[in-house]
Design a protein around this ligand. Structure first.
Ligand SMILES: Nc1ncnc2c1ncn2[C@@H]1O[C@H](COP(=O)(O)OP(=O)(O)OP(=O)(O)O)[C@@H](O)[C@H]1O
Ligand SMILES: [Mg+2]
Length: 308
């Protein structure tokens, strides 16, 4: 549904998007995971025709964005990071006027507005103004508005930023419903947990580049070597006998000893047992932690920094 090839976008001497390529398949939830300034919104703006690429190509449903902007706009719903609602109108009228922009006939539009309000569970609030809604309601409304034209593709720019954990969960459910309805979704996020839970595939983006792309499991497997066994022994470790011994175990990728503490990088689960057996026979263990790789570890490893 979305094919991006060597996309570059510069603003003066700032390169916001630096040669990215990716594809989003029909019916997939695809996530852009990256820190502030990574180039997520810039990419979305190009996809939706709000901004022109400096170079590279973007095709949506087989159509080039620069050649068929209007055609493409009809097939995409966008929930922007800084979505605008008229503060003088209630939310029902906001939805109605938004729909008029898509050239929907009034009667049909009326029906769709009702569906959107029902779907976002905001029927009771139809006469409220946007700013009178809670953060979670606002987010649901923004997505519901993006759905008004019944687009095949939805672009959701940070759909849950700033929401409390409970409300975030509601919005997640809402996004999962989009997938069930057969929509193709591209979303951006700062949250590892969100990307992990919602996305079929994730592109990790930093400084305008995609530095890794795959299913959440594939990304975590890239870090399988970084299962860390962290052991504290009863006494300080003397000499390098134990270090040699541990390094001799197949599957041990590194051993780091500091006073009475050993950190052992292990390539696979099966090795953990061999490591423990070796340490137990020579020393007493007083503390043991097995750290599993999370998407945080992947991000940390790839970019050398925490996401926020
Ligand atoms: N219109 C513009 N003019 C100049 N620079 C811009 C413009 N839009 C974006 N940039 C720059 O491009 C880079 C990428 O910005 P972008 O908004 O795409 O990041 P983002 O990944 O969406 O970040 P955030 O998570 O904060 O929303 C930043 O360095 C930003 O300052
Ligand atoms: Mg952004």
């Amino acid at each position: 549904m979305i094919e991006v090839e060597n996309l570059v976008k510069t603003f003066g001497d700032v390169t916001a998007v630096d040669g990215i390529s990716f594809r989003v398949r029909k019916g997939e939830i695809f996530g852009f995971l990256g820190p502030n300034g990574a180039g997520k919104t810039t990419t979305i703006n190009i996809l939706v025709g709000l901004s022109l690429p400096t170079s590279g190509t973007v095709r949506i449903a087989g159509l080039d964005v620069t050649k068929h902007p209007i055609e493409i706009r009809k097939r995409i719903g966008i929930a922007a990071q800084d979505a605008y609602f008229d503060h003088h109108l209630n939310i029902e009228d906001n939805l109605f006027y938004h729909g008029l922009l898509y050239g929907l006939p009034r009667r049909e539009l009326k029906r769709r507005v009702d569906t959107a309000l029902r779907w976002s569970n905001l029927e009771r609030y139809r006469n409220k103004k946007f700013h009178q809604l809670s953060g979670g309601m606002q987010r649901r409304l923004i997505v519901a508005r993006a759905m008004l034209s019944d687009p095949e593709i939805l672009l959701l720019d940070e759909p849950t930023t700033g929401l409390d954990p409970q409300t975030r969960r509601q919005v997640w459910k809402f996004i999962k419903d989009l997938k069930v309805a057969g929509k193709t979704v591209l979303l951006t996020t700062h949250y590892m947990e969100e990307a992990d839970l919602l996305c079929d595939r994730i592109a990790i983006i930093d400084h305008g580049r995609i530095i890794a792309c795959g299913t959440p499991d594939e990304l975590k497997k890239m870090q399988a070597k970084n299962i860390v066994v962290d052991i504290k022994l009863r006494r300080e470790i003397a000499g390098n006998q134990i270090e040699r011994e541990l390094n001799g175990i197949p599957g041990v990728s590194y051993v780091k000893i500091e006073d009475s503490r050993i950190r052992i990088g292990v390539a696979e689960e099966a090795t953990v047992e061999a490591v423990l057996r070796s340490v137990i026979t020579t020393n007493g263990i007083c503390e043991l932690n097995i750290v599993r790789p999370t998407l945080d570890d992947v991000f940390l490893h790839l970019t050398g920094k925490e996401i926020r």
